[in-house]
Structure formats: C-alpha cells, structure tokens
Write a protein that binds this ligand. Structure first.
Ligand code: DX5
Ligand code: ZN
Length: 218
C-alpha cells in the first residue's frame, strides 16, 4: 500500500494546524516532521514542543525525521511528545543499533535514514530490526531541492533485501518528490513518499496529493 507523507517544513507555520488538517482531509497518510539542529544539517527547524502541539490535531501517524547530532539523547522527548515513527540518520549515530532499540522500547516505530552519499550496505545489518528505511533523495536541510536520480539504484537494492529479510519494511523516499520522480521511485520499490513543496506550494493540496498518488500507481 502506497502512502503519502506531506512534509510540514513547507507549510505555513503561522497556521500549522490548519495546514495539517487540510492535507489530512486531502488524503495524506502520514505527517512528516523535519527536525533540524543547525549542526548535523545547515538549518534549524523545530523540536518536541511542536510535535506535542500538533499531536492532538491529527489522527494521522507522525513520522518524525531527526536530522540532528546525537539523536539517542532526544528519543524520549520525541516519544513523549507523541511521535509514531522516529527515524535517525546512520551518519549521525555511531551506535545506531542501540538507538533503534531505544526507540522500539518506547513503543515507537523505528527507522534508519541514509543520505544520498551513504552506501546502502551500512543499513543491511539493521534491516530485520527496523520498521522503516528512509532514503534521502536530496541532501537534507531544505525543502524544494532537486531529486538526485542516483538514489534509485539504492531503492531497488533495498527492496530486494527487504523482500528476503523483512517484507513488512516500509521504504520511504524524501526530497524532490513530484509526479515525475514519484513514478520512478514507486517503480523501483519505494512505498512511502514524503512531499513538501509538491503539496504545500500548490493552492489545491487535495489535488496535489491525488496527482502524486495517481503518478505513483502506474
Ligand atoms: C529535507 C527534508 C524533507 C523536505 C522535503 O531535508 O528532510 O522532508 O521537507 O521537501 P521537498 O519535498 O520540497 O523536497
Ligand atoms: Zn524529511
């Protein structure tokens, strides 16, 4: 089952609640929350208080993407705030296996994120232990960047491993997803699609979500 996860990074933070309700009514499956610390990535966004504030306004799972150094330190805070998924970058954590256990022990679904320049082999030992892998299709830090096509090879590779080792694994892609690039990623085996600007920069968000879904299912 293919899923769309609008990224609130491209929403209007002065009316965040409204912008979340709109995509929920428009057929979104998850709400993607981009957490940046100005250290692991060159941008600062939001933290646990915002996650806590949006938790009661949507019934959709909150997919919290941590682009922060030392993510293990903040797992409890994001779990307490109401995250349903917490995804951590392999590049940010030398003890990623331990951090995954920490997330799972909190009853939260755990995911591992790979930057475009990181080899998929790094994640292979973790594949049976996690709920999601998130492949960055841009270098993390900002919305509205161009899709990096070389990541498609990694999607195919990971889909193959997942089919053998963890068929329930969700393969999510994030960055530069639009009706053209979503089709390529779906074909390669991704099943959860983050989209920020392709949804929030459109006046009709419901139509934007429908267009993405239609493009992914051909
Ligand atoms: C990038 C973030 C993305 C971003 C996607 O660092 O992780 O989730 O919001 O935005 P678009 O879809 O505009 O590339
Ligand atoms: Zn993201």
């Amino acid at each position: 089952m293919m899923k769309i996860a609008p990224s609130i990074l491209s929403a209007d933070f002065s009316k965040l609640g409204e912008d979340i309700r709109e995509v929920e009514a428009g057929g979104a499956d998850y709400i993607h929350v981009d957490v940046m610390d100005g250290h692991f990535v060159p941008n600062i966004t939001l933290g646990p208080p915002i996650v806590k504030a949006i938790r009661p306004i949507t019934g959709l799972p909150l997919d919290v993407h941590l682009m922060i150094s030392e993510p293990a330190k903040y797992v409890d805070a994001f779990a307490d705030a109401g995250a349903d998924y917490i995804t951590v970058h392999v590049e940010a954590d030398p003890h990623i296996h331990r951090t995954i256990q920490l997330i799972k022990n909190r009853g939260v679904k755990a995911g591992v994120v790979l930057n475009p320049g990181t080899a998929s082999e790094l994640f292979k030992p973790l594949i049976a232990d996690i709920d999601m892998v998130l492949l960055m299709t841009v270098n993390p830090g900002f919305g509205g960047q161009a899709f990096i096509p070389s990541v498609v090879t990694k999607i195919k590779e990971i889909r193959k491993w997942a089919d053998e080792l963890n068929p329930a694994l969700e393969i999510e892609v994030d960055g530069g997803i639009n009706p053209e690039t979503i089709a390529v990623c779906a074909e390669a085996g991704a099943d959860v699609f983050v989209a920020g600007s392709a949804i929030y920069n459109q006046s009709d968000r419901k139509k934007a979500i429908e267009d993405l879904k239609a493009a992914a299912s051909v």
